[in-house]
Design a protein around this ligand. Structure first.
Ligand code: ZN
Length: 500
């Protein structure tokens, strides 16, 4: 067969598999936005069947032959097809080592475990979740053994979310961060600056917050024609193509900033997906290049823009217009200080920028020990509570506010958490580069985010997975990754917030 025909058949094969991903994505989205809780077992069965179809596409003999042909004639195909072939043959290599029945059983277990976890968290019942957690850990240990037997299990898991990431790199990274963050946090606590946050808990009815979300989407330059917003227990972003991206938020009447920062954070994820290159439409490469790079974008919008002095100054008059009763006596400075008040706390998703990475370090340590075989599921709650005391100085009152707080493990995501911290660090370095090329603070102060979105499109978004995470970050930053940008950013910011 001529190369042209092989490529045509390859693309047709990808389009069919894309349809399965589309269907699975919509069902997953439906399960958290509309499905009554009772439906989870039947959903798990449907998802199990769809993932079986997906698996067959990934490892089929036809796919294997097409990939071999394309890779043998790399120079005759365009760059998108070349990258697709490289990525998919790596995937084939990995997935074909997992027996299909185990692969399907794992997909089903993730759905069941997520439903059990939600109930267990609500009822503070770790014992109910424990057997499912144990199963998921065992699956991951086995899978890592199949596809990377030469590596320590946790390195193999980290590699799924960020290619090439290892414990050696992370140990070094977290040590560098901890060295700066711990004394900085101590200095803020010793300073004891009283920051008034009381106005943030003034009740704002949900319908008013929904209007505010619409306003925020506009400020973020998100085209609603291609991006929807819904309400879920835990905010997230999903995308079926660059023409159908969905974000979710959760409204708390007595904490309007919670939804505000969810919308800005998820909006950052959405912008990435909405701006992958047109030439990638329908390609598996049309998505963020890694979880860390994705988080670098969401956290860039949430923290670097959303929690800046300039953005608070821009936002305040709009907030006063929308929520006159709640915001009339607030100043831009009060708002800036309140949304940046740093203090050790129990819940990761509500943590401030300064203590955030300490929450991640707790999870990193625990995951490392689980997969080194040093920690059993019975010992997890105690290990968690001990590390929270050691790293953040707080006492964990119960498992709902401790080991059960995050959804990730119930979804089988081990090795994901470091992405959040790395994302923040990447974002700080991207900011430094962006400032050299455009009037970042001026844009934010005027609420004109389009030039920033354009810059990120040019330097990050457009590539999708055409480039690897390390390449994208190096191109965007104009230099290799260096965590000093992150610790310097935190020092500058919190010296100001706490008048150190
Ligand atoms: Zn995120």
């Amino acid at each position: 067969m001529a190369m042209e025909q092989i490529v045509k058949a390859f693309k047709a094969d990808l389009a069919k598999q894309d349809a399965i991903h589309h269907a699975m994505g919509v069902l997953q989205y439906d399960s958290v936005t509309a499905m009554p809780k009772g439906g989870y077992e039947e959903l798990a069965a449907t998802m199990g069947y769809l993932s079986e179809l997906d698996y067959k596409f990934q490892v089929s003999t036809e796919r294997k032959e097409m990939l071999e042909q394309i890779l043998a004639h790399k120079d005759e195909v365009d760059s998108v097809t070349r990258r697709e072939a490289e990525e998919l043959s790596e995937e084939l290599e990995r997935v074909s080592k997992i027996p299909m029945d185990e692969y399907v059983a794992y997909q089903m277990e993730q759905n069941v475990a997520s439903a059990v976890w939600e109930k267990a968290k609500h009822e503070n019942d770790y014992q109910a979740f424990k057997p499912h957690l144990e199963k998921l850990i065992d699956f991951n240990k086995r899978f890592a053994g199949y596809f990377a037997p030469e590596k320590p299990v946790y390195d193999a898991l980290l590699d799924q979310f960020e290619k090439g990431l290892t414990m050696a790199t992370l140990d070094q990274y977290f040590t560098a961060v901890r060295k700066e963050v711990v004394p900085l946090l101590k200095a803020t606590q010793e300073k004891g600056r009283a920051i008034d946050e009381s106005f943030l808990s003034r009740p704002v009815p949900v319908h008013m917050q929904q209007k505010f979300s619409d306003e925020l989407m506009k400020i973020l330059c998100i085209d609603r024609e291609y991006c929807g917003i819904a309400e879920t227990e835990h905010p997230f972003t999903t995308n079926f193509s660059k023409h159908d991206v969905r974000i979710t938020t959760h409204y708390h009447e007595d904490a309007f900033v919670s939804s505000m920062y969810s919308v800005i954070h998820e909006g950052g994820h959405a912008l990435y997906e909405l701006h992958t290159g047109d030439e990638l439409l329908g390609s598996p490469l049309a998505q963020g290049t890694s979880m860390s790079v994705h988080e670098s974008q969401s956290r860039f919008f949430e923290n670097i823009i959303g929690r800046s002095e300039a953005f608070c100054a821009y936002l305040l008059p709009r907030l006063q217009e929308l929520f006159p009763q709640q915001m009339q006596d607030v100043t831009a400075e009060k708002l800036f200080l309140a949304v940046n008040n740093a203090k050790p706390s129990l819940i990761r998703t509500e943590a401030d920028e300064l203590t955030y990475s300490l929450h991640i370090m707790v999870r990193y340590e625990i995951e490392k020990r689980i997969f080194a075989g040093e920690l059993s599921v019975d010992e997890l709650p105690e290990a968690w509570n001990k590390l929270y005391k050691e790293y953040l100085g707080v006492d964990v009152p119960d498992d709902t506010h401790g080991i059960l707080q995050d959804s990730h493990w119930a979804g089988g995501m081990f090795g994901y958490f470091p992405s959040y911290s790395l994302g923040s660090a990447y974002a700080s370095q991207i900011l430094a580069r962006m400032r050299k090329e455009l009037d970042f603070d001026g844009c934010v102060r005027r609420g004109e985010l389009q030039p920033i979105v354009d810059w990120l499109t040019e330097h990050v978004f457009k590539y999708g997975q055409l480039k690897k995470p390390g390449e994208v970050i190096e191109l965007a930053c104009g230099a290799p990754f260096d965590p000093t940008f992150y610790t310097d950013y935190l020092k500058e910011k919190f010296t100001k917030v706490f008048a150190l």
